[in-house]
Every structure is written in structure tokens, then in C-alpha cells.
Design a protein around this ligand. Structure first.
Ligand code: URA
Length: 428
């Protein structure tokens, strides 16, 4: 492989040139091997953030990241494989009912997931509220679980796109996380390395999401759909609203409880609607001719969920932890809820102990917030709006501060139009 002087690669991007394939391959290889200094990679990341990348550069950068690790071979699982990735939101527990539902439709769902950081929750933290459940599976055990159950939710192993771990940590401390080429390459390198045949991306838009504007979310979605296609992974992106928390529950154990309600045929309408919309897209990409709504109603998705929990060491009849303390916030006037800010609720839940400030911090399984009034609901004076849960009551005061102003109430009778949850669907 050619070698380059790092300063020449940095200068090329600084001066808005297109990096060559050799320059990209060398950069990713040298950085992963510890042969490119952190300050040089930092400068290059900032040049990429400011000057962008062409589609060809993003594709090569992603391929080079995949090449730093293994690519799983899921051809032995005996079913079409299809995964879903969400860019992260508040109350986003959709993976929990979705993976077993799509498995019950006949596909295999290799749902490699992460932990929460900041105001958005992580699927692994939620699942770990179930005692005994184990997020760490070897690739061989993952393939066994996929063959037997059709769905697995587990942590990505260290050898899938290891360049991403280093790059993500550096982006985090150099104010370069927001670069669309870097987000697209980060997400897609891991998803492509995981070996899925097809992928549905849930790109969140709004205050509770990474992407605050629809234009930026659409740009990210298009970049990821292109990357999927370039690597033979049939990929669709759905842009979905994250200005309001999804469902009622925001917090680890309480989101598991809400996911189980959905699998049992109940649950909040927005969670059920988004689960079915994503499931339809996944089933379609997997080439299966079945309506996920019928499968959900039949109880087959609940059977898959119980099998999925059990095969990873959890008790399917689990009892979720209860918080030590609760605090209820009530309406100060009568009216119609016109907005509930996802970011404020996410931060308040994080403060109660549902999230972590540093990667190594523990989370409280029972901490979080029940959002008891959602946009469009009429409420009367004194009616409960939020129920806050925590094991550490000194956290109530800062969480209540975050929530002040999170919910907007208009006079009774004010007309209100619900936002569409699915804003757009981007296919190749
Ligand atoms: N999620 C990822 O995996 N990577 C990013 O860069 C952003 C969100």
C-alpha cells in the first residue's frame, strides 16, 4: 500500500480537494494501527466537517473502516436477514417489539445495539433491566440464536469495524461528531460488517434527535442509503419525528414494560404505529409476503420475544425493578396539550439516573419519566402530567427544572393537528 505524509492528506482536504482512494485507505489503516497521530487525525476530521466529502470519498472511507475488522457471514441462519438502526431518540424502545415481530414474520433480525449516552437511551441498557439477560454474545452464539429464534439484541463485538471505536471517541472530543459523512460512515460500517442482507434506517428528526432539521436528516439518510447499496445491503431510510417522546415511558425498565404491552396487543398508538411501519418496510426488504399487524395480533411476536429473552439468559416471566421514590407533576391549569419537548424529557430522565454522563457510569434501571399527557390530550387542573421515578430523590429538583416549560398547554378547545410520525421514506 502507498504511504503518505499525514500533513499532505490534511492539506488536501483543507484545500477542498477530493481525497484519493489510496490516501483514504492509508489514513484509516495508519490511524487504526496507531501510526497516525491523534492531533493529525483531529485536524483531518475538522477539515472533513468543514469541507465535506463526495459520495465516492464517503464510500471509500466506509469500506476502509469495514476492512479494519471482520465481516460476519450470516448465510447459515436459513432465513433472510434484515436489521433496523435508529439514529437515537427519547422513549425510542421500538427495537424491543420490532425485532421479535419481524422474526415472527419469518426473517432473522441481527439487532446489534448500543448503550445510551447523553439524553438518548440505549437498547442494551433497557434490555439489561431484565435480570439474567446477557448482551454479550460471540458471533457463533449470535448465529445460533438467529437460527433458533430469528432475533437477537446484543452488543457489537470489538472486531466489527474497530476503526469506528477510535474515530468516534476522537470525534466526541474534537467537536466533529456532527459531520454527516462521518456519521454515515460510522453507522454503516458497523451495519455492513454485521452481515445483514437488508437494513431499514430510522433517521430521527427534531429536538430529541441528533438531526434537528429535516434537510440535514434527509442528507444523512441519502448518504446511508447510497452506502448500503454500494455494499450490496438493500437499504431504506425512514425520516421520523422526534420532537415529542415516543410513547408514555422514558427510562430503561419502564420502556421494557411498554414494549411488552405492545407485544401483548396494547401500548401507546405512536409506538404501535411506528413499530408496524418499520416492520412493514423490513418484511418488504426481506421479500416476505406477510402483514406484521396480523402477526402481532396473533401473539406470535410475543412468543418470539419470550424465546429471544430466554436464549440470552433472561427469565421470560421477569419482574422489572421498581423505583425507590416517585414524584408526580400535575397540571396548573385546564387546557389542551400542544407540545411536549423530547429533548427536555430526555435530559430530565437522564438526570433521574436513566442515562450516564460517562461511558463507564452505571444506569438506574428503574429511573425515568412517565409522560401521562401527550400533544392533543385535554387535561384538567390537578391532573397528573408526569410521574418521575428514581432511586436517588436528590435528583428530583434538577429533573423538575429541566421539565419546566417542556409541556405547552393552550386554552380548552384550542384546535390541534397531530404531526405525522413518518415524515419521509428514502429508497434508492
Ligand atoms: N451513531 C453512530 O454509531 N455513529 C455516529 O457517528 C452517530 C450515531
Amino acid at each position: 500500500m502507498s504511504t503518505f505524509a499525514a500533513v499532505d492528506v490534511i492539506a488536501a482536504k483543507r484545500d477542498r480537494h477530493v481525497l484519493t482512494d489510496d490516501q483514504i485507505d492509508w489514513t484509516i489503516g495508519a490511524y487504526t494501527a496507531g501510526e497516525l497521530a491523534e492531533e493529525q487525525m483531529s485536524a483531518l476530521l475538522m477539515a472533513i466537517l468543514l469541507n465535506g466529502m463526495t459520495s465516492a470519498e464517503i464510500a471509500r472511507w466506509t469500506a476502509a473502516m469495514i476492512g479494519t475488522g471482520i465481516r460476519l457471514d450470516l448465510s447459515g441462519v436459513g432465513r433472510p436477514t434484515v436489521d433496523k438502526h435508529s439514529t437515537g431518540g427519547v422513549g425510542d424502545k421500538i427495537s424491543l417489539p420490532l425485532a421479535p415481530l419481524v422474526a415472527a414474520c419469518g426473517a432473522a433480525v441481527p439487532q446489534l445495539s448500543g448503550r445510551g449516552l447523553g439524553h438518548t437511551g440505549g437498547t442494551l441498557d433497557k434490555m439489561e433491566s431484565i435480570s439474567g439477560w446477557n448482551a454479550m454474545l460471540s458471533p457463533a452464539r449470535m448465529i445460533t440464536a438467529l437460527s433458533q429464534v430469528g432475533a437477537v439484541i446484543c452488543a457489537a463485538s470489538d472486531d466489527l469495524a474497530p476503526a469506528d471505536r477510535k474515530l468516534y471517541a476522537l470525534r466526541d472530543v474534537t467537536a466533529t461528531v456532527e459531520s454527516i459523512p462521518m456519521i454515515a460512515a460510522s453507522i454503516m460500517s458497523k451495519k455492513i460488517a454485521e452481515g445483514t442482507d437488508a437494513l431499514v434506517l430510522d433517521v430521527k428528526v427534531g429536538s430529541g434527535a441528533f438531526m434537528k432539521s429535516t434537510d440535514r436528516a434527509a442528507e444523512l439518510a441519502r448518504a446511508m442509503v447510497e452506502l448500503g447499496a454500494a455494499h450490496g445491503v438493500r437499504t431504506t431510510a425512514m425520516l421520523t419525528d422526534m420532537s415529542v417522546p415516543l410513547g408514555t415511558a422514558v427510562g430503561n425498565a419502564m420502556e421494557v414494560a411498554e414494549a411488552v404491552e405492545v407485544l401483548a396487543g396494547g401500548g401507546p398508538a405512536d409506538v404501535v404505529g411506528l413499530t408496524l411501519a418499520l416492520a412493514r418496510e423490513m418484511v418488504d426488504l426481506a421479500g416476505l409476503d406477510v402483514d406484521p399487524a396480523d402477526v402481532l395480533a396473533s401473539g406470535a411476536a410475543m412468543d418470539s420475544w419470550r424465546a429471544m429473552v430466554a436464549i440470552q439468559g433472561g427469565d421470560p416471566d421477569f419482574v422489572l425493578p421498581e423505583p425507590k421514590e416517585r414524584h408526580v407533576v400535575t397540571a396548573e391549569t385546564t387546557g389542551v396539550v400542544t407540545h411536549l419537548d423530547a429533548f427536555a424529557v430526555g435530559v430530565a430522565s437522564w438526570r433521574l439516573g436513566a442515562g450516564r454522563a460517562r461511558k463507564e457510569d452505571p444506569v438506574q434501571a428503574a429511573a425515568g419519566i412517565l409522560c401521562l399527557a401527550k400533544p392533543g390530550d385535554s387535561v384538567v387542573f390537578g391532573q397528573p402530567l408526569f410521574e418521575l421515578h428514581t432511586d436517588t430523590p436528590d435528583r428530583f429538583a434538577p429533573a423538575l427544572e429541566d421539565l419546566s416549560g417542556a409541556l405547552e398547554l393552550a386554552p380548552p378547545g384550542t384546535a390541534f393537528a397531530q404531526r405525522d410520525l413518518v415524515i419521509d421514506v428514502i429508497r434508492r
